[in-house]
Write a protein that binds this ligand. Structure first.
Ligand SMILES: [Zn+2]
Length: 410
C-alpha cells in the first residue's frame, strides 16, 4: 500500500489540534485531536511512499512507536485515505493506459470523495469501462448525454434512434454541424467514440456482440438504459408499454428529456424496486381524471417537426441525467430513483416530484413493501460512538462516521 491523503479535499487547521479536510458541507470532515508533529506527517502521505518507508520517516520525526499505523488506520476509517497502488486488477490495467487516465484525472479525484476505501476510486473508475449503457434518442439531450457518459469512462455507450440529423439536432458536445443529413444513430455513435478517453476496446465489444447474437438476445447485460426521446409527449408521459421488456428483463432505466420549457430527469427505475412509467401513469390518472384522455390526444396528434427545446436547458438536463446515471453505475443510489426532477424556464429552480409505486401497476414495486428504502451503498455500519450528522445528511453521504471524526458544519 502507498497511502495518500485524498488530494481532492483541501486541508486547513480549524484550531491548534483539529484538521478540516474539504471545504463543502457535502464532503468536508474534521479530524482531531491531532498534534502538530502528526499534522506535519500528513504531508508525507502523498502516495509516493510505502508503509516501511513511512514508519522510518515517523521515527525520524520522533513520532511515538505505532503512531504512523494508528494515524493511517484513523484516516482510512474516516474515508480520507487513498492507495495509489490499490483498486485491484482492473485498476492496475487502467494505470497502464496513461493517456486515458490523464483525461480522467478530475473524475478520479471526484470519485475519491464518494468512495471510502483506499484504492476504491480507481477501482470504480475502471469498473465504468466494463459497463454497457444504451441511450434511446439522439436529440439535443440524448446525443450529448451519451457523449458525456463515454467521456467519463463508460466502456460501451450504444445510441439508438431513427432518421437523419436535422439542423436543429446540432448541439455543442452532441451532434456536430458536419453530421447534417447523416443517419442520426450513426452520427451519435461517432460522437460517442470521439468523446471516449483513449482508444475503445473494439475487440472486447465485437466479442460481446457475437456472444449476444449467438444467444439470440438483443441487449445482453445492459447496465442501464436511458430513455431520452426527442418527442416531447414521450418525455412528459413516458409510455408504460414501451418499458415492459425492460421491466421483464430487470433492466434499470432512466427517463430524461425536455418538454416545452421544462427539463426532466427521472425517474430512475429499478424494476420491481422503485416506481416505473406505469406507476407514473396511474398516479397521474388518480390525481387528474382527464389525464388518460389528454395523453391519448397528445399521442395521436400530428407530430411537430420542431418542438421547443432550449439549448442551455437541454445541455443542463443532459449533464444532470448523466451524473445520475454515473452515480448509479458507480454503485450509489441517486435521488432520481423513484423521483422525477423537473426544472422550468425561466426560474430554473429544480423541483423533485416523488413517484410512489402504484398498487394498480404490474411492475411489482408496490408489493415490495411500502416505505422500504433500499440502498445500494453497501457501506459498513459503524457501531462505535460517533458524532452523527442529521439523518438527512447521513443518508446523503451514505456512510456513517467513526469516532473522532465528524462532518464539518461549513
Ligand atoms: Zn410500476
Amino acid at each position: 500500500m502507498h497511502p495518500m491523503v485524498k488530494p481532492a479535499l483541501r486541508r486547513g487547521w480549524r484550531d491548534l489540534n483539529t484538521v478540516q479536510f474539504g471545504m463543502t458541507p457535502a464532503h468536508a470532515m474534521t479530524l482531531g485531536p491531532m498534534d502538530t508533529a502528526t499534522g506535519s506527517f500528513l504531508d508525507l502521505l502523498n502516495g509516493t511512499r510505502g508503509l516501511p518507508l513511512l514508519r522510518d520517516e515517523g521515527r525520524r520525526m520522533d513520532l511515538p512507536d505505532g503512531q504512523v499505523d494508528a494515524l493511517l488506520e484513523r484516516l482510512a476509517r474516516a474515508g480520507l485515505l487513498d492507495d495509489t497502488r490499490g483498486g485491484g486488477p482492473a485498476a492496475d490495467a487502467l494505470r497502464e493506459r496513461t493517456d486515458a487516465l490523464e483525461r480522467l484525472r478530475p473524475d478520479l479525484a471526484s470519485l475519491t470523495l464518494t468512495t471510502p476505501e483506499p484504492g476504491g476510486a480507481l477501482g470504480r473508475l475502471a469498473a465504468r469501462g466494463a459497463q454497457r449503457v444504451q441511450v434511446r434518442g439522439a436529440g439535443r439531450v440524448g446525443a450529448l448525454l451519451a457523449s458525456v457518459l463515454s467521456g467519463a469512462g463508460v466502456g460501451e455507450v450504444d445510441v439508438r434512434d431513427v432518421g437523419r440529423v436535422e439542423p436543429w439536432d446540432v448541439a455543442p458536445g452532441g451532434l456536430p454541424a458536419d453530421s447534417l443529413r447523416e443517419r442520426r444513430q450513426d452520427a451519435a455513435r461517432a460522437a460517442v467514440r470521439r468523446a471516449a478517453p483513449g482508444r475503445p476496446a473494439r475487440r472486447a465489444r465485437s466479442t460481446r456482440a457475437a456472444a449476444a447474437a449467438s444467444a439470440g438476445t438483443d441487449d445482453p447485460g445492459l447496465s442501464l438504459v436511458i430513455i431520452a426521446p426527442r418527442d416531447d409527449v414521450a418525455v412528459h408521459a413516458p409510455d408504460p408499454f414501451a418499458a415492459e421488456p425492460l421491466l421483464a428483463s430487470g433492466t434499470p432505466h432512466l427517463y430524461t428529456g425536455v418538454v416545452e420549457g421544462t427539463g426532466v430527469v427521472g425517474p430512475l427505475v429499478l424494476p420491481g424496486g422503485t416506481s416505473c412509467a406505469g406507476c407514473l401513469h396511474q398516479d397521474r390518472a388518480d390525481r387528474d381524471p382527464a389525464w388518460p384522455r389528454l395523453v391519448a390526444q397528445w399521442r395521436s396528434g400530428s407530430a411537430r417537426r420542431v418542438g421547443a427545446c432550449d439549448l442551455a436547458l437541454a445541455t443542463a438536463v443532459a449533464g444532470v441525467a448523466a451524473a445520475h446515471a454515473l452515480a448509479f453505475l458507480d454503485g450509489a443510489s441517486p435521488s432520481s430513483a423513484g423521483t422525477r426532477w423537473e426544472v422550468s424556464l425561466p426560474g430554473l429552480t429544480w423541483h423533485s416530484r416523488p413517484i410512489w409505486p402504484h398498487p394498480a401497476c404490474g411492475c411489482g414495486a408496490a408489493e415490495r413493501g411500502k416505505g422500504e428504502h433500499s440502498s445500494t451503498d453497501g457501506e459498513p455500519r459503524e457501531t462505535m460512538a460517533v458524532r452523527r450528522p442529521s439523518p438527512a445528511r447521513r443518508r446523503e453521504a451514505g456512510v456513517s462516521r467513526p469516532t473522532g471524526t465528524w462532518r464539518a458544519h461549513v
